[in-house]
Design a protein around this ligand. Structure first.
Ligand SMILES: CC(C)(COP(=O)(O)OP(=O)(O)OC[C@H]1O[C@@H](n2cnc3c(N)ncnc32)[C@H](O)[C@@H]1OP(=O)(O)O)[C@@H](O)C(=O)NCCC(=O)NCCS
Length: 177
């Protein structure tokens, strides 16, 4: 039984795969403004399937982001550790919310939850992410939450150009100070 990750407030990450294709596709459809920043602007079930397959390859945990009332509001794909063979590194491969649910604190809440989850492995020292250079509001979002650009711009195989960003997780922060 897959583990549902949740906080005491409103958010739940529910592991999602092929069986949730319809719900995941609905999220992608409402994120075409974001997809338009990349090479394929139109959402499709094939796109969702390709992301699910890529997640498996990377050791990712592909999840739907749900409100407690059962509504799906976004998708998250994260690698909890051992990203690119580095035991101390977690990675957020995808965080994407339906347009109508943005700027309400859900993305921030999801990041808190991801941090809580990856910290369960005491070796994790950093969370990394690749952010498209043509997505300034996302760059701002991550910078406002402790991430900094450490490399890039870099052209990826999927033809997006990204900054590599990371947040260092200090042991002090892990203790809640
Ligand atoms: C980027 C993204 C995940 C951020 O999630 P979000 O839920 O919109 O972000 P939040 O609401 O937590 O925070 C965004 C801003 O809204 C503000 N905000 C939060 N709650 C708010 C509210 N109730 N009213 C008004 N503003 C609010 C926050 O203060 C924050 O501003 P700040 O960065 O200056 O502090 C989301 O916007 C998204 O899915 N965008 C499209 C896909 C994308 O770009 N993904 C990132 C790829 S790297």
């Amino acid at each position: 039984m897959p583990v549902i990750i949740s906080n005491e407030k409103n958010l739940e990450f529910r592991p999602a795969g092929e069986e949730a294709l319809k719900e995941l596709f609905a999220v992608y459809k409402e994120c075409e403004d974001f997809l338009a920043l990349g090479p394929v602007p139109t959402a499709s079930r094939e796109m969702v399937r390709a992301d699910l397959a890529m997640s498996k390859t990377m050791g990712g945990r592909f999840c739907g982001i749900f409100l407690r009332d059962g509504r799906i509001v976004g998708v998250l794909d994260f690698v909890p550790g051992n990203y690119r063979g580095q035991p101390d590194t977690a990675y957020i491969a995808l965080l994407m919310l339906k347009q109508s649910f943005r700027h309400q604190g859900i993305g921030s809440g999801a990041l808190v939850l991801v941090e809580q989850e990856v910290r369960k492995d005491p070796r994790i020292a950093r969370i990394r992410i690749g952010v498209q250079v043509n997505n300034p509001s996302a760059i701002q979002f991550w910078q406002n939450r402790g991430f900094r650009i450490y490399a890039g711009p870099e052209l990826l195989a999927d033809q997006t150009t990204v900054y590599r960003m990371e947040k260092l997780l200090s042991p002090a922060a892990a203790a809640g100070s």
